[in-house]
Design a protein. Structure first.
Length: 584
């Protein structure tokens, strides 16, 4: 990842930037975002003056993350548009330096978010012009022409309009002869020699697009997922009078700066489920409304996931006279016991509600990580998706034999399955336990061992990196997700998941040590994994070894070792389940 063209002086550069990053983080913690913003800008100009520092990829990423943290602290505040603009500028600079397309995409995404979320900002025209310049640098002059037209049409009186007109004239001199000669058709809007530019015909490409709507439902639970081609802001509100005659509540979500895909299909909800009807329509030129008719709606949660951008809506049946809880509200945490952030050193309380009631385990859902188009981590000819599926089938057999309960797999073959769908499968099958199986990977081949996670906030870098890899996202996005989790996890099964993680991990380590001798115990940890969000039962994610470690990779390739791993996972689940039933 790091460009090594310049090695002299890098230690000094990295130390300086690291110190500045720490100072920036400290100021954010002290609610001094303005000072952190000014420092980050100053560091950008410092970076631009030092060629040796510009040759270090980490310097660009860490600087972008500082603006991202300021933006996340107050995404609607006065500094938010500037943070997005500088994030786009930094990733554009990283693309110029290292020519990685992912940086071009990140730059474009940040700038587009500025335009969509802050259309009245005096920086919106700057962002629009920068997007056009990105397309020019990438060689897509046709798209660049259209983006320049948007500057002139949408911001005719801005300080960027003259520069956009100049660029348009330059592109016309390049493009027009080819089009006039009939060598290829001209893009819409190119032929404008005698009139002012007009907006391009057809759908507004600056708007995000809803490309898919999926839903799952039982009599007590519903999950609806909207897939968009990029991020977009939204609001959600419950109306007492729905379309149904029985007075069902209607949850309306309005997404701003969004259009509906022409091919989107909305299937009929399952008969007898909590969800009676779901509809999506274009409310106006830039707003999509999604309406959910839900009978006996007690509460709901809304959160977003990335890569691709999804909006997830979880609805729960009314279990009492309490009013509907808004997902957007910031609930008080006073009096709530929370597992602390970071490594899960704290043991759960001795007596849980589940134990006190003596409840048993009737259904377990095992989730083989990855699958289909997503192979997971790959090394030495081994693919994570194949190992996890084989392990899941072995664990399921053991649990059926030992517990006599129903055991379901989220996938029983090599197929693509989204992370939010895996949790929905567990919820809609009224699972009592949820176990997601994965194989670890690391930049260093020396790292090895077993570790088990449950859903919670994370502060240590390794847990963040593992969660980012399993979520197919970045550590920056994980940082954004932790803000969401502050709300989501107040009602989640943290303590029970903590307990099950410890039982499962202990069983796994005991089994491997008994069969193979010493194994590195990386312990029980906590991190924000997408696949565990919204699970209505104790849920854990287990990493059964490092495919990047030569020794563990050889073991993972053998049937005998996989059986030991499966037996260890099953041992832990059985111990936890029997503990619930006995009340011990």
């Amino acid at each position: 990842m790091t460009n090594r063209r310049h090695t002299y002086g890098l230690g000094v550069c990295l130390t300086a930037l690291a110190l500045l990053a720490l100072l920036g983080a400290a100021s954010i913690a002290a609610a001094d975002e303005s000072a952190a913003y000014k420092r980050a800008k100053a560091d950008y100009f410092w970076l631009m003056k030092h060629d040796d520092a510009k040759g270090v990829y980490h310097n660009w990423v860490s600087l972008a993350e500082r603006f991202s943290r300021i933006y996340t602290a107050d995404p609607s505040g006065p500094l938010a548009p500037g943070c997005l603009l500088w994030t786009g500028r930094i990733f554009a600079g990283a693309y110029e330096q290292f020519k990685q397309k992912k940086d071009l995409d990140k730059a474009s995404d940040a700038l587009r978010r500025l335009i969509n979320h802050f259309p009245d900002s005096n920086l919106a025209d700057d962002a629009q012009l920068m997007i056009a310049e990105l397309h020019i640098k990438h060689g897509d002059v046709k798209t660049a022409y259209l983006e320049l037209l948007r500057v002139v049409v949408n911001y005719p009186n801005s300080d960027m309009a003259p520069e956009a007109k100049k660029r348009l004239d330059e592109l016309e001199r390049t493009l027009a002869p080819r089009y006039l000669a009939g060598e290829e058709p001209a893009p819409k809007g190119v032929a404008r020699p005698t009139q002012e530019p007009t907006p391009p015909a057809g759908p507004d490409l600056s708007l995000a697009q809803v490309v898919e709507l999926r839903h799952w439902s039982t009599p007590s639970y519903t999950r609806v997922v909207l897939n968009l081609d990029r991020s977009a802001p939204y609001t959600a509100k419950v109306h007492k009078a729905g379309r149904a005659a029985d007075g069902s509540r209607q949850l309306r979500m309005d997404l701003s700066g969004v259009r509906l895909s022409g091919g989107i299909k909305v299937g009929a909800p399952q008969a007898g489920g909590l969800l009676e009807e779901v509809r999506a329509r274009q409310l106006d030129a830039e707003t999509v409304r999604v309406s959910l008719d839900v009978k006996e709606l007690g509460s709901y949660k809304v959160f977003t996931l990335d890569n691709p951008f999804r909006v997830v809506i979880d609805c729960f049946a009314d279990k009492g006279p309490s009013s509907v809880a808004k997902s957007s509200a910031k609930p008080s945490v006073k009096g709530k016991k929370r597992v602390p952030r970071g490594k899960a050193r704290q043991e759960p309380s001795d007596l849980s509600l589940v134990k006190a009631l003596g409840l048993g385990v009737r259904t377990v859902v095992i989730d083989p990580g990855h699958g289909g188009k997503d192979p997971g981590c790959v090394a030495g000819g081994l693919r994570e998706k194949d190992i996890t599926l084989d392990l899941a089938k072995r664990v399921a057999k053991r649990l059926r034999d030992q517990l006599g309960c129903r055991v379901l797999l989220t996938r029983d073959r090599d197929r693509t399955l989204s992370l939010e769908e895996r949790t929905a499968i567990a919820n809609t099958n009224d699972a009592d336990l949820f176990v997601s199986i994965h194989v670890n990977a690391a930049p260093s081949q020396k790292l090895s061992g077993l570790e088990t996670y449950f859903l919670n906030l994370a502060s240590d870098e390794q847990s963040m990196m593992v969660a980012a890899r399993e979520n197919a996202t970045t550590t920056r996005t994980i940082g954004d997700l932790q803000v969401i989790l502050n709300d989501l996890m107040l009602n989640s099964k943290i303590n029970e998941s903590n307990r099950m993680a410890r039982e499962l991990h202990a069983g796994l380590v005991r089994r491997i040590r008994a069969k193979r001798g010493e194994v590195r115990d990386l312990g029980v940890k906590q991190a924000p994994f997408y696949v565990l969000i919204g699970a209505q039962m104790p849920s854990v994610l287990v990493e059964v070894g490092f495919i990047t470690n030569p020794t563990e990779r050889k073991l993972l390739a053998t049937s005998a070792y996989r059986q030991h791993l499966a037996d260890g996972v099953a041992d832990g689940v059985v111990a936890y389940a029997r503990g619930l039933k006995s009340g011990n």
